[in-house]
Design a protein around this ligand. Structure first.
Ligand code: ADP
Ligand code: MG
Length: 399
């Protein structure tokens, strides 16, 4: 019922075997970057607020070598994804055929931005292996960018400042993939630490580590395996509404407003903006409170904050969907007596995953109940895995 996580050495070995099969020689460099799950603090990062993510034991692994020298022309980058089966080549002085937003743009963007900063790699052959579900809200995109930036570090022998590295990857996602994401995803993939959650202040980019102690609680991630095709503008629309609300309130961003202050300004905001702002402002408060309840090991209180976060995302921010609501309702039915502390949607919404805080000794029974209930109502088999907070990106092999 609960999927096993493949270890980094295992993934590296598989990526190496694929590289040898395709290119007839071993890869010179192997880098790894984790996905992330956000425990609480959703849609707060682009409002200068707090988030509380952790890197997960799901990784993007890149195995690479310099492309063989060509007698003429600029040489090419070649990228092969073992998970999607896609392959693409593009000239080292040009762009991938798919252009902005193509699956190659995450790698292309980071290579290109690094080159502009004097970190040129030259043409490469790259095999991409991954256990981060794609498009599930666990940041396969950031893991891909950060693994690429780490590859550049391995090749050039230069180490990027961690915050600058995360910002460069975010810039690649903005300008090359065309996604106006916040800083949480790239930051988590760079800065992840074993057994630590990251309380990140997205205004200052200051991070505080919050230990997730002991083995008595587990983080269970449930993938609904649905991704609703919307018009695609919802994320940008929510960002715009937050900016408009901040402007009406006369603050730089919603970070600068408390729940009490917002309630006093009810008359100044139209109802939709009020609801969006209420989510963000209350979620920022919940996130710092959750860091405290986790430090104290108060799991029921942490779980209540997670349920409240879900309700706020569902009702005020309107980014949930039936399937996510169903998994969270099933979690509520299991309840404290069944070992469930709390549960919420995680990631941008409209599908993807939930994150639940559960008693480790009840994991198997909880997973079974969630899966059976979800399958029964939707006809879809969810996928589930458990993760401890994992280490951030690193070079696995460097010649
Ligand atoms: P998330 O980051 O939540 O997984 P995104 O939509 O931000 O979802 O990023 C997913 C995109 O990243 C994919 O559509 C694809 O373009 C690219 N991507 C991520 N992982 C892979 C992979 N293993 N193979 C090919 N493309 C990938
Ligand atoms: Mg992403």
């Amino acid at each position: 019922m609960i999927e096993k996580n493949l270890s980094v050495p295992q993934l590296a070995e598989e990526a190496e075997a694929e590289f040898r099969r395709r290119f007839g020689r071993p890869p010179r460099w192997i880098t790894v970057a984790p996905g992330r799950v956000n425990l609480i603090g959703e849609h707060t990062d682009y409002n200068d607020g707090f988030v509380l993510p952790m890197a997960i034991e799901r990784y993007v692994v890149l195995a690479a070598d310099a492309a063989p020298a060509k007698t003429s022309g600029p040489g090419h980058y070649t990228l092969c994804s073992m998970t999607s089966g896609q392959n693409q080549s593009w000239p080292a002085d040009g762009a991938p055929p798919g252009g902005q937003g193509d699956w190659t743009s995450y790698v292309w963007g980071v290579l290109d931005l690094c080159q502009q900063r004097g970190l040129a790699t030259g043409p490469l052959e790259i095999v991409l292996h991954s256990t981060v579900p794609v498009g599930g809200g666990l940041s396969s995109s950031a893991a891909l960018e950060v693994a690429t930036a780490t590859l550049v570090e391995a090749i050039t022998g230069q180490t990027l400042d961690p915050v600058k590295k995360a910002l460069l990857c975010q810039q690649a996602e903005h300008e090359y993939a065309g996604v106006p994401c916040g800083i949480m995803d790239q930051f988590s993939s760079v800065m992840g630490r074993a057994n630590q959650l990251i309380l990140l202040d997205c205004r200052s980019a200051q991070a505080e580590l919050v230990p997730l102690r002991g083995d008595d609680v587990s983080i269970l991630i449930t993938n609904t395996n649905v991704k609703h095709a919307l018009t695609g503008g919802e994320y940008a629309e929510r960002r715009g509404q937050c900016e408009a609300a901040a402007q009406c309130l006369g603050v730089r961003s919603l970070r600068d407003c408390t729940v009490t202050q917002l309630a006093a300004r009810q008359a100044d905001l139209e109802p939709a903006l009020m609801r969006r702002a209420r989510h963000v402002v209350s979620e920022i408060e919940r996130t710092t409170r959750a860091a405290d309840t986790i430090r104290r090991g108060d799991w029921p209180a942490t779980g209540e904050l997670m349920y409240a976060s879900h309700e706020s995302l569902r009702d005020d921010y309107a980014v949930s969907c039936e399937e996510l609501d169903l998994v969270v309702d099933l979690a509520r039915q299991i309840g404290l007596s069944g070992g469930m502390y709390g549960s919420r949607m995680t990631g941008a919404g409209f599908g993807g995953c939930t994150v639940s805080l559960v008693r480790s000794d009840q994991l198997a029974a909880i997973a079974e109940r969630l899966a059976a209930g979800y399958l029964d109502k939707t006809g879809i088999q969810p996928t589930m895995f458990v993760s401890r907070p994992a280490e951030g990106a690193r070079i696995f092999r460097q010649d």
